[in-house]
Design a protein around this ligand. Structure first.
Ligand code: ATP
Ligand code: MG
Length: 216
C-alpha cells in the first residue's frame, strides 16, 4: 500500500483493531502488562484520543443529528486529524525514544466510515492527505475477528451506553470491511478472537515475540 511510510525509528509500532467489543483493550492491556514486566518501555495509547478533535468525535458518536450532518467522510476527516495529532505528539516521539507503542485503534478503523468495500481506497487517500509522512506503517496490526453477535454480547457485558455504531447490522458491516482491508493492509494479522481471552493472547504473544526477537 503506497500510502504508508516505513517505521525507521528504533521503537516498534503495534496496533490492535477490530469491531467494537472484539477484545482490543483486553488484549492490548495483557500485552502492555507483559512487556512492562519484562522491563520494556511501553506506550499503550488509544484512538480517538482525549485531545480536542478526539473529544468532539466521542460527542458526535452519541449525536445522530451531528453524525448525519458530518457524513462518513466528514467524520473520517476528524478521525484522521485526531490521528495526525496522536502521531505527532505521542506515537512518533515514543518510537524515537525506542519504546514499544501499542495503539488501540489506528487508521484501519477508517472502515467504520466506509459504506461499501469500494470506499476503502478513497478513505485511505483521505487519511494519506491528512497524515502525510506521519502515516506510518505499523510493524504489526492485529485484527481481532468475532461474529457480530459475539461483539454485541461482549458490549452488553461491559454495561456501558452503546453508541450509534454499536448495532448488529453496523457491526456486521464493519466486520466484513475489516476483513476486506486486511487483504491489502501490510502486516495485518486476522486473529480468531472468538476463543477464550487467554488463548487469543497466546497467539498475540507469539507474534510479538517474533517481531521483537525475544522469547516470551
Ligand atoms: N476472548 C474473549 N472472550 C470473552 N469475552 C471477552 C474476550 N475478550 C474480551 N472479552 C470481554 O468482552 C468485553 C469487551 O472487551 P474489550 O473492552 O477488550 O473490547 P474492545 O474491542 O476494546 O471494545 P471497544 O471497541 O468497545 O473498546 C469485556 O467485557 C471483556 O472482558
Ligand atoms: Mg476498547
Amino acid at each position: 500500500m503506497s500510502h504508508l511510510h516505513p517505521n525507521f525509528h528504533n521503537g516498534r509500532f503495534i496496533t490492535v483493531e477490530g469491531v467494537n467489543g472484539c477484545g482490543k483493550s483486553s488484549q492490548g492491556t495483557r500485552l502492555s502488562n507483559l512487556l512492562r514486566a519484562l522491563g520494556k518501555m511501553v506506550l499503550h495509547t488509544k484512538e480517538p484520543t482525549t485531545e480536542f478533535v478526539g473529544r468532539h468525535i466521542r460527542q458526535a458518536l452519541q449525536d445522530k443529528a451531528l453524525l448525519a450532518t458530518l457524513g462518513p467522510i466528514g467524520l473520517q476527516s476528524w478521525y484522521a486529524l485526531d490521528s495526525h495529532q496522536h502521531m505527532q505528539e505521542q506515537i512518533v516521539p515514543a518510537l524515537k525514544r525506542g519504546e514499544i507503542v501499542i495503539s488501540d485503534r489506528y487508521r484501519p478503523s477508517l472502515v467504520h466510515s466506509a459504506l461499501r468495500k469500494e470506499d476503502i481506497a478513497s478513505l485511505l487517500d483521505l487519511n494519506a492527505t491528512i497524515l502525510g509522512s506521519d502515516f506510518l506503517k505499523p510493524d504489526l496490526t492485529f485484527i481481532f475477528d468475532v461474529t457480530p453477535e459475539e461483539a454485541m454480547k461482549r458490549l452488553h457485558k461491559k454495561g456501558v451506553k452503546l453508541d450509534e455504531q454499536e448495532t448488529l447490522p453496523e457491526i456486521a458491516r464493519t466486520r466484513e470491511l475489516y476483513l476486506e482491508l486486511a487483504k491489502e493492509w501490510p502486516g495485518a494479522i486476522v486473529i480468531d478472537a472468538m476463543r477464550d481471552e487467554k488463548e487469543v493472547f497466546v497467539q498475540v504473544r507469539s507474534e510479538v515475540a517474533a517481531l521483537l526477537k525475544i522469547l516470551i
